[in-house]
Design a protein around this ligand. Structure first.
Ligand SMILES: [Zn+2]
Length: 394
């Protein structure tokens, strides 16, 4: 729905531009299209938009589900859970792409609901995530098996019931063989998302469930299967890896990125360290194809209040298909920060756009909270300015 809306807005804007550029009319805001004959407009829209071979993707880090978040979402009067307010202020950012993809670091629906160390959140959590503009959740991470077989299967069933795309964990071999990747088919591009984790906190999946582990042979076989079965224009790997709370990637992450590239998977998005790590976009050279790696997007929402775990980034990526294949047209990051606050002794969690709220210190009832946002964003910008390659803030 959201994608359709943005597409419509885009088409209207393109048509408005077409009208203003090609007919030298002065368009009015009320009816910019009235002055252009429809046949003429169709032609110009096709010429000007050129968007049928382009796709924008937005990647989000870890959706955590600590006990404080579960309690904050609980409504004592109705006895229901509702997380909508957590995402209300960040929804415009999350909706601003053709497809939005995040890492779901909890299982869903297994009661009693629980936070760290073995997460289970109410289905309402996923419903609110979906409402905020997220289309796909990857599920292979170190918490996939927190609630054993029941958790793996309920999570998949709840995501299916909410019409949220997913990949990374599977009910059984057959389901993985049928859909080894989440496939995005839009604007004449076919993108396959694959998802892996370094481990599952020493809780192996119960038979016949499957969790995608980062194992070279498995990944290579999967990539072959995806290429054969899906024939995508581009494969993107969303990977759960790295050292927690470290600002820079470790050797294993770098080696894995090289391995993915050797398989032709030249776009890799990472999460798990709960803090931001650098992003690198390298152009095509005579020897190498273009590549993009984000070592860690950090937390998107959590109860982790220790600096700099209290924020993260989303990554917006535009792809364009041409005769030579898919090229990366643009990449940028947008910083977010999690505001935890009390209203009449009830805790609330709001994910805020740093750019929107750094300019409004008066918004915060506690100056201390505003200072935390600034402390997070100052650190994040310094780190990414120093270490990012070709990727800036938007
Ligand atoms: Zn993790």
């Amino acid at each position: 729905m959201k994608a359709v809306f943005f597409k419509l807005v885009f088409i209207v804007l393109v048509q408005w531009t077409a009208a203003s550029q090609n007919t030298e009319l002065t368009p009015t805001k009320t009816s910019p299209l009235d002055s252009v004959p429809s046949e003429d407009l169709k032609q110009k829209t096709l010429d000007v938009s050129g968007d049928s071979n382009e796709l924008s993707l937005l990647f989000i880090g870890d959706f955590m589900g600590h006990l404080d978040q579960i309690n904050a979402a609980y409504d004592k009067v109705s006895g229901n859970y509702n997380y909508d307010s957590t995402f209300r202020k960040i929804t415009p950012i999350l909706s601003d792409a053709d497809v939005t993809i995040g890492n779901l670091e909890v299982t869903l629906g297994v009661t009693p609901y629980s936070g760290y160390p073995q997460f289970s959140s109410p289905p309402a959590y996923a419903a609110a995530i979906k409402k905020s503009g997220v289309d796909v959740l990857v599920t292979a991470n170190n918490h996939s098996c927190d609630k054993r077989k029941k958790g793996v299967e309920k999570t998949i069933a709840i995501l299916d019931s909410l019409n949220i795309g997913h990949t990374g964990t599977f009910i059984n071999t057959e389901s993985k063989q049928t859909s080894p990747a989440y496939v995005i088919e839009k604007n004449n591009l076919r993108i396959a998302i694959i998802n892996y984790t370094y481990g599952t906190n020493s809780i192996p999946p119960s038979s016949p469930n499957i969790v995608n582990y980062l194992e070279k042979e498995r990944v290579s076989k999967d990539v072959d299967a995806v290429n054969t079965l899906i024939k995508p224009d581009q494969i993107i790997a969303f990977v759960h890896w790295g050292d927690q709370y470290k600002d820079l990637p470790n050797t294993t992450q770098k080696e894995w990125f090289e391995y993915f590239k050797s398989l032709g998977v030249n776009i890799v998005i990472g999460a798990h360290p709960h803090v931001l790590q650098p992003m690198e976009w390298r152009s095509k050279t005579a020897l190498n194809s273009a590549s993009l790696v984000v070592y860690s997007l950090g937390n998107f929402v959590s109860h982790q209040r220790t600096f700099p775990r209290d924020g993260g980034a989303v990554l917006k990526l535009a792809l364009k298909k041409s005769g030579e294949g898919v090229e990366i047209k643009s990449v940028g990051y947008h910083l977010i920060w999690v505001h935890e606050f009390l209203v009449e002794n009830n805790k609330h969690y709001d994910v805020l756009s740093v750019k929107d709220f750094e300019a409004t210190p008066d918004y915060f009832s506690k100056k201390e909270d505003y200072d935390k946002l600034i402390r997070f964003s100052t650190h994040a910008r310094k780190l990414l300015l120093e270490h990012n390659i070709n990727i800036e803030e938007y």
